[in-house]
Design a protein around this ligand. Structure first.
Ligand code: SAM
Length: 286
């Protein structure tokens, strides 16, 4: 049975329909499932954490290739389906919770007590909380190898852009701080049931052992970047002043001392440029 028919038949058997509010668009293209598994480079030494398994399309393949698969699914209706389908696998575990409320650090620590497994995140993410999920995975500094996920194409383009690129925003800098991002493949909306309004892309975020730039105060770095991008149309000088980072004349002096044009806009700065601004402020030269 192809994936489209299999998906239809599971929905019919359990008499359920997709819940739009939970971002339920089920993947129905076999090739894309394989692309995701390959991109993540899933193997028997891996602990895969799958976020939002839904009916279990990706899960089925992951269970064959990975050492262990832990699925985190918020929708209770999916729990019976997933248990019915996969309870025969001894490398399958299911958590019925909102992923944003799961203590992933503890979960990973627990799993690694006995076995040293390489941890990877795989998911066709619910679109309504893509960014909070990705930021949680990165900000909690989990010991993970990579995050291979399906996201809305527009979001993917922002996440994988280079800082300062035409699609970049504050989050692009955060992604490039923690990871090496890569687009794997664009996925048309017809690859899902029901068909969403937008197209998608699979991206892979290879998590760096240490951040790509070193700063004295990470929180301050992201505060500065967020403030600068909140007022993207303004000059960096006005953006940082209006956003309360400092007094106009001090910021102007700092920009001059660091060798920036005082009319420069946020999107012209590299991550390294923001790191220099951050350390300048932190060391009190400012
Ligand atoms: N993995 C399945 C697939 O590829 O066909 C389903 C993907 S669907 C785009 C997103 C899944 O995430 C749904 O099963 C939905 O119920 C689940 N989900 C939504 N919000 C969630 C949350 N906060 N925590 C965990 N799972 C969530």
């Amino acid at each position: 049975m192809n994936l489209y028919n299999e998906t239809k038949s599971i929905l019919k058997k359990y008499n359920i329909t997709a819940n739009k509010k939970l971002g339920q668009n089920f993947l129905i293209q076999d090739e894309i499932v394989q692309d995701i598994i390959q991109a993540s480079n899933v193997n028997k030494n891996d602990l895969i954490i799958e976020i939002g398994p839904g009916l279990g399309t990706l899960t089925k393949e992951l269970l064959q290739s990975a050492g262990k698969v832990i699925c985190i699914e918020i929708d209770t209706r999916m729990i019976q389906i997933l248990n019915d389908r996969f309870k025969i696998y001894n490398n399958f575990e299911l958590i019925n919770k909102d992923v944003l409320k799961v203590n992933l650090k503890n979960l990973i620590k627990q799993e690694q007590k006995d076995n040293i497994l390489n941890v990877k995140i795989v998911a066709n993410l619910p679109y309504y909380i893509t960014t909070p999920i990705i930021m949680k995975l990165l900000e909690e500094k989990l010991e993970i190898d990579n995050i291979t996920v399906m996201v809305q194409k527009e979001v993917a383009d922002r996440l994988v852009d280079v800082p300062g690129g035409k699609n970049s925003g504050a989050i692009t800098y955060a992604i490039n701080y923690y990871t090496k991002p890569e687009k794997i493949i664009d996925v048309p909306n017809t690859s899902f049931l029901p068909i969403p309004e937008v197209n998608s892309s699979v991206i892979k975020l290879k998590v760096l052992q240490k951040p790509s730039v070193q700063v004295q105060d990470e929180k301050l770095l992201f505060k500065i970047i967020k403030t600068a991008f909140m007022q993207k149309r303004k000059t960096l000088l006005n953006g940082l002043t209006n956003g309360g980072i400092g007094k106009k004349n001090s910021i102007e002096e700092m920009l001059i001392n660091l060798g920036f044009d005082t009319n420069i806009r946020a999107e012209r700065l590299s991550l390294d440029d923001f790191a220099r601004i951050c350390d300048y402020i932190e060391t009190g030269k400012y």
